[in-house]
Ligand binder design. Structure first.
Ligand code: UFG
Length: 324
């Protein structure tokens, strides 16, 4: 496949690029390097500096690169609490950016799109495990912007005879086995990297946002997925829509969840995690777990990596970048 990866210098995008290259695909990366880093882009991928909210940047890539089979989109803003404070930035980047990307795909005749959506579209789920047909009622602007984009993609693919593969990610963590790429950002907000930073002494203490949720230990439960498992799903999803000329929407989770305290306990084998319980964080649902039977049935996708793999690879990656 010839694949254009938009956002291929970011955390998840760079892992997708690594797996696509390991799977012998031709990879083009477009990224504005707002949060992504150039050194995260695999050396075998061709790189274009560009922003999806700029039509001329998109046209430059599509003018130069003929016969793209699939566009994969990772160029989103994705921090839940930030989205609560800056909703318009989230709508602009996550919805308007994809509108322009789809417009370019239509003009240049590119027929297949793989889109990163999120478990946040389910909001506060009413069932213990989310299934793809469940009601979607996001409780934060991040989830709302992704749901709006999902719907836009569906209508556009319907109107222009295109195919989509929409993935709803749950909580992504970990780093590539090479340790060349991982989550390398300032001002981290995600749980696992904050836990590993605390183990490494980069933070003295971490905060647990609320222990009065309706869960067994009172802390929020999430479904954690290793970034390599997620990246591999993108290859399977792209091949599926290409070969079957069909659109799909699939959860990427593990059927299983861990509470914040359980994650801290699991990480404690690598070192002490000092923490304090503080107020709840705005926009956090109590529990989010994905059914992954659809991913298994349609794509044969089964997550291989465990919570320990996520903690261990993130810890090793963080140790490596910290010692540079
Ligand atoms: N948490 C803490 N302390 C921290 C950081 C996080 O207690 O320092 C808690 C949060 O309150 C939450 C849980 O750990 O209960 C997980 O929080 P993250 O920030 O790691 O992840 P979120 O669940 O908020 O969101 C992530 C992605 C979204 C995605 C969602 C889907 O950022 O893009 O998972 O489940 F939509």
């Amino acid at each position: 496949m010839k694949v254009l990866v938009i956002g291929g210098a970011g955390y998840i995008g760079s892992h997708a690029v690594y797996e696509l290259i390991r799977d012998n695909n031709e990879v083009i990366v477009m990224d504005n390097l707002s949060t992504g880093k150039e050194n995260m882009i695999h050396k075998s991928a061709k790189f274009y500096l560009g922003d999806i909210t700029k039509k001329e940047d998109l046209d430059k890539v599509f003018d130069s690169e003929k016969n793209i089979d699939v566009v994969m989109h990772f160029a989103a803003k994705l921090i839940v609490p930030e989205s609560v404070k800056m909703p318009l930035e989230y709508y602009y980047n996550n919805v308007e950016g994809v509108r322009l990307m789809l417009d370019a795909m239509i003009r240049y005749g590119v027929k297949n799109v793989v889109f990163s959506s999120t478990a946040a579209v389910y909001g506060e789920p009413i069932k213990p495990i989310c299934e793809e047909d469940d009601i979607t009622l996001p409780i934060n602007p991040y989830g709302a912007s992704k749901l709006a984009t999902e719907n836009m993609i569906k209508w556009v693919c319907n109107a222009y005879n295109m195919n989509y593969c929409i993935f709803r990610y749950f909580n992504v963590a970990g780093a590539d086995k090479s340790l060349d790429i991982g989550l390398d950002k300032d001002n981290l907000t995600h749980l696992i990297p904050i836990v590993t930073q605390t183990i490494l002494g980069i933070r003295n203490k971490m905060k647990v946002f609320g222990d009065d949720y309706d869960t067994p230990d009172g802390t929020c439960i999430r479904d954690y997925i290793h970034v390599t498992d997620l990246a591999l799903a993108h290859i399977l999803g792209a091949k599926y829509i290409l070969n079957n000329n069909k659109s799909i929407l699939v959860n990427l989770g593990s059927n299983n969840g861990y509470s914040v305290k359980e994650v801290i306990d699991a990480a404690s084998i690598y070192g002490k995690v000092n923490y304090e319980i503080v107020e709840r964080r705005e926009g956090d649902p109590a529990k989010l777990i994905a059914s992954n039977s659809k991913a298994k049935d349609l794509l044969g996708w089964i997550p291989k990596y465990t919570l320990d793999d996520m903690i261990k690879t993130d810890l090793e990656f963080r140790r490596k970048i910290n010692n540079k």
